[in-house]
Design a protein around this ligand. Sequence first.
Ligand SMILES: Nc1ncnc2c1ncn2[C@@H]1O[C@H](COP(=O)(O)OP(=O)(O)OP(=O)(O)O)[C@@H](O)[C@H]1O
Ligand SMILES: [Mg+2]
Length: 440
Amino acid sequence: MEPSNCEQAHQTHRQPEEALSHDPEVLRVALIRERAERRRADGLAKMHMDVVKLALDLLVREPDIESFFGGLTKNMVEESDSHVCAVWLIDEAQQRCDMWMAYVVDRLYTQNSADWKSLTFPHEVLGSHLFAYAPGWSQTVEYQNDDPRLPDAVREFHRRAGVHGMVIAPLILGTRTLGWIKLSSRGIPECEEAQWWRVVLIEAIARQAALALHHSRLAGQNRLEERRKTILEERNRLARDIHDNLAQGFAAILMQLQAAQRESCRLAPAVAVKLETAVDLARMHMIEARRSVGTLRPNVSDGEDVAHALKRIADLARRTTSVPIEVSVDELPRFGDGVEREIIGIAQEALTNAVRHSRARRITLRASTARSIGFRLSVADDGRGIARERPDAGFGMTSMQERAERIGASLTIVTAPRSGTEVVLAWEPSSLPTQVHVAS
Ligand SMILES: Nc1ncnc2c1ncn2[C@@H]1O[C@H](COP(=O)(O)OP(=O)(O)OP(=O)(O)O)[C@@H](O)[C@H]1O
Ligand SMILES: [Mg+2]
């Protein structure tokens, strides 16, 4: 990927009158220019082919996207006579932009490498600048060392490190910008051609990089979806097992015990009490087993929206308790199958916990959406609160947390002794991680 000769470098527009001129000197200059332009076009075509070949070669050789970018940035530094090539990526929530990796002189630094923190470049400052600088979202930008467009911290760093200039190209996919790739050089380019070469090279590399990044993200999403499906299948299998064996088993025992109660009218009082206790135990465990099935398999019927499903699970819960369950559910939009399933799963577990553990006088289930805060689900009770030593007792809490994480929602559980418990799920694209507040 060699730049062509500096003498034939700079491209100017050919004057139409040149072609008509009979002056041999004018014609000679026009011919030289013509040849230089052809050479540049040939060089460009060859360079693009080389970059595609390099990208394909790296895709085959490197197992993951990080190593692929590592190879690209290394090549970039070596081919363009620069000393740093770094990559910034925009996060999934489209809120910020962070440096992802940097190839400096002869070493690759990634966010996971131990010496990442040793990089003194103000990358957070440049990340904010890239994210805010509108022209850079669609075009390559060339910066001088003391460029007034750059933040002070970057200019100061350039002065100290003797950086002559930077070229930054966006990683564009269709109309989306995924991030930026930056090339910094210490030396002054020996001629305009060398700088031109850097720009076209970084643009060609950026094109391949954006494509590879997109494909890797798609593959990642597919893997996640596969995992989600496997987990669902496993939950279904467990639910089926519990339903077919435990719940049905308890139902059969209950029937036998009740038949025994009916048929033997003259039982000793002590035996009658024991039989009554056995009936109660069998009934209780049958209900618990059915609840577990419901929690494992939220059972969002095809076409059933969240509002209907919430009302349905509240109705089901009412059949297992005498505690009043108040339901207030707004008309809700569709959120997509995967998200709805997790929301219902969380509501079901929170409601089951309230019924089973809270000893409340009242339980309320609320669901609403607002443009500013997104979807909000609250399951509250006025019971005894979650005991400090109990929150890890079962699978329910963990399962609610995992479900929330899967859809990128925030789950907050507020509880206080004798003041009840409220489980709040807030779902919007940029949610916070789970927080548990235990008030004393
Ligand atoms: N609303 C609530 N009020 C009082 N205590 C609660 C409430 N929710 C949960 N807890 C307490 O927290 C513990 C953990 O709840 P979790 O849902 O993880 O497990 P579980 O309900 O005991 O079992 P599982 O959900 O696996 O069937 C419960 O055992 C209970 O002691
Ligand atoms: Mg539970």
